[in-house]
Design a protein around this ligand. Structure first.
Ligand SMILES: NC(=O)c1ccc[n+]([C@@H]2O[C@H](COP(=O)([O-])OP(=O)(O)OC[C@H]3O[C@@H](n4cnc5c(N)ncnc54)[C@H](O)[C@@H]3O)[C@@H](O)[C@H]2O)c1
Length: 345
């Protein structure tokens, strides 16, 4: 079997998920390099497992002709620059979401990728989740009919740590651009029409007594598509019962519902009632298989020269919707996508 030689840039929480998958579940890839600005924590974990150790230098992997692809899991504010650098070295690129916070940088990175003729896949892992992928299949097969309303509920089990806001680049982070970005992509993934207008409310409810955190942690967003179909998203950073990930696609012929995954399907029937399991809790519990599948399919695209399933354009459009939502919540009005979309796209 041909192995694609790869390097990972950024070995924090999600970088370690991808590294673990590459080492244990993706035999089509060979991990040759890892880099991280602060490699000590990763190296302590990796040396126990016998995984490649990280250095602070990512240019060696970019200059190595044996390396065909890189997986970028550094903080989002660095993504655009790292994509441009990797493309200029002729490497195929898998980059975690969001593409970048800066729309001009995103457009430059897309141009660099096109000029280099390399592949770019953005880490919208939920497209590779079996439940959401099945809903997309039902839309494609016509079994839902014309899509009229999409509803997405997306609630994290616990809010991000304070470092999320205070670390370098943290000033760019928001629930819209970092969390709901998945749901903006999911709304597009589940419909055959593009978003044209956005209205958003954002509230600070979980962190209301924390003066350091000034940003919204609970939001409700309505999207209008070009064919006048609609999407409603509610998003929270704290659901005490687990990672609440549900969706519904309602159309002229029926409805597809995506329910929460649970650890077991077993229910207790007793005098107290019928008691089922809570939803899964961590991102690895809920999306472990999807994280492996998205990188597996990226490697397949590299090896077989087939299109990737979450493109740079998908990454750009999700960020444009996120910026429209931020503007809508700030200004209390409907924001048109055309107000935000960079010229020439
Ligand atoms: N798809 C998903 O479900 C998902 C889940 C979590 C995070 N993410 C995304 O992944 C990215 C990383 O998030 P995280 O939670 O792993 O953050 P993290 O802070 O845990 O990890 C980031 C790592 O990057 C390193 N780093 C910083 N600057 C670097 C540089 N110049 N070169 C190399 N490494 C550098 C840091 O030292 C850290 O180890 C973010 O864009 C985030 O939104 C996606």
């Amino acid at each position: 079997m041909k192995k694609t030689v790869i390097g990972v840039i950024g070995a924090g929480a999600v970088g370690r998920v991808h590294i673990d998958n590459i080492m244990t579940a993706i035999p089509q890839a060979h991990l040759k390099y890892v880099s991280d600005a602060y490699p000590e924590k990763y190296n302590a974990w990796a040396s126990d497992l016998g995984y490649p150790l990280a250095t602070t230098d990512h240019t060696t992997m970019l200059k190595d002709p044996e390396v065909e692809a890189v997986v970028i899991c550094a903080p989002a504010a660095l993504h655009g620059d790292l994509i441009i650098e990797a493309a200029e070295h002729g490497k195929h690129i898998f980059c975690e979401k969001p593409f970048d916070y800066d729309l001009d940088k995103i457009v430059k990175a897309m141009a660099a990728v096109e000029k280099a003729g390399v592949k770019l896949q953005i880490g919208f892992n939920r497209r590779f989740d079996k439940n959401f992928a099945k809903a997309r299949t039902l839309v494609d097969s016509g079994e839902i009919g014309d899509v009229h309303v999409i509803k997405i509920t997306s609630r994290d089990p616990i809010p991000p740590a304070i470092e999320y806001f205070t670390a370098p680049g943290g000033e760019h982070c928001s629930i819209y651009t970092d969390t709901t970005i998945h749901d903006f992509d999911m709304a597009r993934f589940l419909n055959n029409s593009e978003v044209v207008e956005v209205f958003a409310y954002g509230s600070k409810l979980i962190n209301k007594d924390n003066p350091i955190i000034t940003r919204a942690d609970t939001i409700a967003v309505t999207l209008k598509f070009a064919d006048n179909s609609l999407c409603v998203i509610d998003n929270s950073w704290q659901a005490v019962y687990g990672y609440d990930q549900r969706a519904e696609v309602f159309g002229t012929q029926g409805t597809a519902t995506v329910e929460n995954d649970v650890f077991t399907q077993t229910t207790l029937h007793s005098a107290k009632g019928i008691i089922g399991e809570k939803p899964l809790v961590t991102i690895k519990d809920r999306y472990g298989a999807a994280y492996a599948e998205e990188v597996r399919q990226f490697i397949f695209s590299v090896q077989q020269d087939t299109p990737v399933k979450a493109t740079g354009l998908d990454g750009l459009l999700a960020m444009v919707i996120a910026k429209a939502a931020v503007k809508s919540a700030d200004e209390g009005r409907i924001v048109k996508i055309s107000e935000i979309m960079p010229e020439g796209v």
